[in-house]
Design a protein around this ligand. Structure first.
Ligand SMILES: [Zn+2]
Length: 161
């Protein structure tokens, strides 16, 4: 009988020990994960700053690496397209329901808005990018004609590399 009591005590003790060990392990996992998250956050910030510096060099015509120049051109193009679309978004938000008009306007003849070519910044003494010319290349997703060296489609946003 005393053997049974003893082994039951041991069982309870080891169960408590295991539960607190598991709880501690969870805590260690969470604290390590938050360390990793903070480091990743810092990394993202530094990458952003690196990109800003590269874009600045590119705008000053001091970025000599064609691959980096291509990235900078695309990021600037994206920024330009985002602000374009933001303007379009504001226009859409300002639209009112045409209450006087009972017949709905046809929507079947929708055509995407024309894409205005992005003006390259002045590049003193160097070509804008070293990318090979891709004359007549079209987006595999929407068929829109692509700018040489494009990293994404300006019509549908498909990534091209
Ligand atoms: Zn496309």
């Amino acid at each position: 009988m005393s053997d049974f009591v003893e082994s039951a005590k041991n069982f309870v003790n080891s169960a408590v020990g295991r539960a607190s060990w598991e709880a501690q392990k969870q805590m260690r996992v969470r604290s390590k994960q938050s360390e990793i998250d903070k480091l990743q956050e810092q990394r993202t910030q530094l990458l952003n700053e690196l990109a800003q510096s590269a874009i600045q060099l590119y705008q000053q015509g001091r970025l000599t690496d064609p691959g980096l120049s291509r990235f900078c051109a695309s990021i600037m193009e994206l920024d330009h397209d985002v602000s374009d679309r933001n303007a379009q978004l504001q226009e859409i938000k300002k639209e009112n329901y045409p209450a006087e008009q009972f017949a709905p306007t046809p929507t079947s003849s929708y055509a995407p808005p024309p894409v205005t070519p992005y003006a390259q910044p002045a590049q003193p003494g160097m070509p804008p990018t070293g990318a090979a010319p891709q004359q007549g290349v079209r987006c595999p997703n929407c068929g829109n004609e692509l700018r040489p060296g494009a990293l994404y489609c300006r019509s549908c946003g498909a990534k091209l590399r």
